[in-house]
Design a protein around this ligand. Structure first.
Ligand SMILES: CC(C)(COP(=O)([O-])OP(=O)([O-])OC[C@H]1O[C@@H](n2cnc3c(N)ncnc32)[C@H](O)[C@@H]1OP(=O)([O-])[O-])[C@@H](O)C(=O)NCCC(=O)NCCSC(=O)C[C@@](C)(O)CC(=O)[O-]
Length: 347
């Protein structure tokens, strides 16, 4: 209100009445509430599976095994190895048994593998898997495109897989794809995600990874979706976030998820990846970028060596003949002449 328009407190009967209310206490500007972020985060590295499954050129089995060994050597403690899926559907992973048998497992590291049905479970078991991941979708069309059946049918298959896995003391992780958007159906209702996530959790998945498969989420839609999942009854400790970086929002989305208490984050070295049945989906959030952010914020991610992960990303990209998607990695190349502290460490 401009001064000339301000109501005048005079005895002029034409003047607007000014009601005087008791003085209000001076309000001190509040600092924005600080985000209640978890003090520790577990990174689930999915580069060897999600990262490579969409590569057009067949990757040599030895290269995959070396990649897995290197990632573990760099300090990552959950490294997804491969998928026991139909080779007709995903030819890149047809060497799943060979990769799994060649991996030299280390104590304290988990090596989950994707399993779509009992056939895949039997093969994973024979290859020595100790943790599997089943994968459902929040939309019918994506479910058909990815696993050739309805959501309900896929859950029925997973029930059989989970029962068999439990009989062998094998841990089961669950994925839900298309948690905010679907390449075929568009917007996805948070409640639809919550339904599928809860069914997987109820069946026995110890952790549910919520996948923004095509990277259309933003911090607001991610929070709304997770909120619906939490309200459905899954504890936050049983949730993980899996963001593809198609539109550059993956890191922001991870931080939004963490602000709700999520402390497990999937990522892929060099940002490799994408689902073959999700057209337009780019790679995952780059592990290098995630490490840089979390270490810089003082969040405990274990003894993970960023420099080593950057090196692994460069090597696998060189092999694949592609450019890394990791911004941290790109920045490291740009600043080769800069002081060591700027090149490699978090500021
Ligand atoms: C589910 C099926 C098998 C159904 O596929 P289908 O064609 O309906 O299966 P089927 O039972 O009719 O079998 C067809 C053929 O595949 C064989 N077969 C059947 N099962 C297996 C198996 N497990 N391992 C090896 N072979 C198998 C089976 O033996 C048969 O061989 P044939 O008799 O014709 O010679 C197929 O659709 C499939 O394998 N889909 C997997 C797709 C996939 O891997 N997608 C990528 C992973 S999901 C993802 O990336 C998203 C995620 C997890 O990262 C999170 C996110 O970002 O959202």
């Amino acid at each position: 209100m401009l001064p000339k328009d301000r109501p005048r407190a005079t005895s002029d009967p034409a003047a607007p009445t000014v009601t005087t209310s008791p003085p209000r206490p001076v309000s001190v500007p509040q600092c924005p509430p600080s985000m209640r972020l978890p003090s520790a985060v577990r990174i689930v590295e999915v580069g060897a599976r999600d990262g490579l499954q969409n590569e057009p050129r067949l990757v040599d089995t030895r290269v995959k095994v070396q990649l897995i060994h290197d990632l573990v050597d760099a300090g990552l403690r959950s490294v997804e190895v491969t998928g026991f899926v139909s080779p007709k559907w995903v030819p890149q992973l047809k060497d799943a048994s060979d990769v799994m048998s060649a991996v030299q497992k280390k104590n304290g590291v988990t090596y989950p593998v994707l399993v779509p049905n009992i056939k895949g479970f039997d093969a994973a078991l024979a290859a020595g898997a100790e943790e599997i991941a089943v994968f459902a979708a929040a939309t019918e069309t994506f479910s058909h495109k990815n696993v050739n059946c309805s959501i309900q049918k896929s859950l029925d298959r997973f029930r059989a897989v989970i029962t068999a896995a439990q009989a062998h003391d094998i841990k089961i992780r669950g994925y839900v794809s298309c948690v905010v958007g679907c390449p075929y159906e568009g917007h996805v209702a948070p409640e639809a995600v919550a339904d599928v996530a809860f069914k997987l959790y109820e069946m026995g998945c110890y952790e549910i990874s919520l996948g923004d498969t095509i990277g259309v989420g933003n911090p607001k839609s991610i929070v709304q979706m997770i909120d619906a999942v939490l309200r459905r009854g899954i504890p936050v400790s049983a949730l993980a976030i899996h963001c593809h970086d198609t539109r550059g929002a993956a890191l922001a989305n991870v931080l939004a998820a963490m602000s709700l208490g999520l402390s497990v984050v999937d990522s892929s070295v060099a940002g490799l990846g994408g689902c073959p049945f999700a057209p337009g989906a780019a790679g995952n959030l780059a592990t290098e970028d995630l490490i840089y952010m979390l270490q810089g914020m003082g969040i405990d991610i274990g003894d993970v060596n960023l420099e080593k992960v950057i090196g692994i990303g460069h090597r696998i990209c060189q092999y694949l003949g592609r450019k890394t998607s990791s911004r941290v990695s790109q920045a490291t190349i740009c600043t080769v002449d800069a002081p060591e502290s700027i090149r490699h460490s978090t500021l």
